[in-house]
Design a protein around this ligand. Structure first.
Ligand SMILES: C[S@@+](CC[C@H](N)C(=O)[O-])C[C@H]1O[C@@H](n2cnc3c(N)ncnc32)[C@H](O)[C@@H]1O
Length: 377
């Protein structure tokens, strides 16, 4: 789960039930039966009320959005926008808009009943100014037709995963043997000919035309097998975009966020970026990074930057320190500086950490820190 996801601390159902009499009726000794589709629906409605003050109707024929999973997706998109130095203080109906009240969303829906339901939820919660909802008439219409000349910051998408009813049945059978969680989907919202690979491929093709009008193109990917063909398709685009695949795991459910951009992020941020890719055995990249920084005396600043007064990863420094000799007066290689501190950003996106130097410092210092971390992997 993303480090900023509020559901890293599991909700106290008894407390949540205080805003939801229907949830209190389903609790048995403070526990909920997650194999029941209705229980999951009631819990999610209650969480939306308790944690976001939203009154959301989730029709029983529809997929019940798992709040923690959708929130995780939004946090990963936030990280992408941070990395692009984009201030995302605008506002982005669907579940996503409601979860993130700083954004404005334009949302599209093809299913008339789902569209009506979303419309009702937006109105009930007084979100008409924040959320523009469009009904799509046919699958032949471009998916990104809502993007106007001015463009938009990012797109989020949770596509229909499956290619046919047969596909749903075989995947459900496989999953049921492994998990006890609820797996109810209505066919119309889960099926698209060719499944999620075909649906996301349409976005990829349209993105090649729209390019920089959207800074980040993103989609949830539900099946691991879908990632490779989508990545290969993206790699063939001209110009080739920057591609990211970020895992998102909630309980036993694994999803991926595929993201791509045609923006030159390095140029945009005026700072060079050094990437560190962490291996799978480091299960929590952020925690690992914090531990390494703590050992090196690197502190986190309230604005999200990190700061250090010494090149404490330098072998000479460590030798001096072990002999209790005071650290050298000019700790950094940077020649230009009157500052005795180095500040940098370390953005964790899935298994990738992007290091960005602040403008006044030499890249060499940050490079040597990242090389030190590489040796620790
Ligand atoms: C897997 S559901 C996701 C629902 C919801 N956004 C969520 O995350 O829980 C996929 C949704 O995409 C809608 N859909 C399918 N094709 C579409 C299209 N061409 N344009 C807009 N929506 C579409 C389906 O009707 C369904 O509601």
């Amino acid at each position: 789960m993303h480090r900023r996801n509020r559901y890293n601390t599991p909700p106290n159902y008894k407390l949540v039930a205080k805003v939801s009499p229907e949830l209190s009726l389903l609790l048995n000794d403070g526990q909920l039966d997650f194999t029941s589709n209705e229980a999951v629906r009631v819990l999610n409605r209650a969480l939306l009320k308790a944690d976001f003050n939203l009154n959301v109707d989730i029709p029983s024929v529809n997929l019940c959005p798992t709040i923690a999973n959708r929130l995780d997706y939004l946090h990963l998109v936030e990280d992408l926008l941070d990395a692009a130095s984009i201030s995302y203080r605008t506002r982005p109906v669907s579940i996503y808009d409601m979860l993130h009240d700083n954004w404005t969303f334009i949302a599209t829906e093809i299913d008339p009943a789902s569209y009506e339901s979303a419309h009702g939820n937006v109105a009930t919660n007084g979100l008409n100014d924040q959320i523009q909802l469009f009904q799509i008439e046919s699958q032949n219409a471009p998916l990104l037709s809502f993007v106007k000349e001015t463009g938009c910051t990012a797109i989020v998408c949770n596509p229909p995963f499956y290619s046919s009813t047969k596909d749903i049945c075989s995947r459900k059978a496989e999953k049921r043997s492994k998990s006890r969680t609820n797996l109810e989907y209505s066919a119309s919202e889960s099926i698209y000919p060719g499944g999620e690979v075909a649906f996301i491929s349409r976005i990829i093709e349209e993105s090649e035309q729209l390019r920089e009008k959207i800074t980040w193109y993103t989609s949830l990917v539900g099946l691991k097998d879908s990632i490779r063909p989508l990545q290969e398709k993206l790699e063939l685009l001209v110009p080739r975009p920057t591609i990211k695949v970020m895992p998102s795991q909630i309980g036993k459910t694994k999803r991926w966020v595929l993201a791509w951009t045609f923006h030159n992020l390095r140029k945009r941020s005026h700072a060079s970026v050094i990437e560190l890719i962490l291996p799978e055995n480091i299960t929590d990249p952020k925690e690992w990074l914090d531990q390494q920084f703590a050992k090196l005396g690197i502190t986190a600043l309230p604005d999200g930057h990190y700061q250090t007064s010494y090149c404490s990863w330098n072998r000479k420094f460590q030798r001096l320190q072990s002999k209790n000799v005071l650290p050298p007066e000019m700790p950094f290689q940077s020649k230009d500086t009157l500052s005795l501190e180095m500040q940098f950003q370390a953005l964790v996106m899935g298994r990738t950490v992007e290091f960005r130097e602040s403008e006044i410092h030499n890249r060499e210092d940050l490079n040597s820190l990242v090389n030190h971390l590489r040796r620790k992997i």
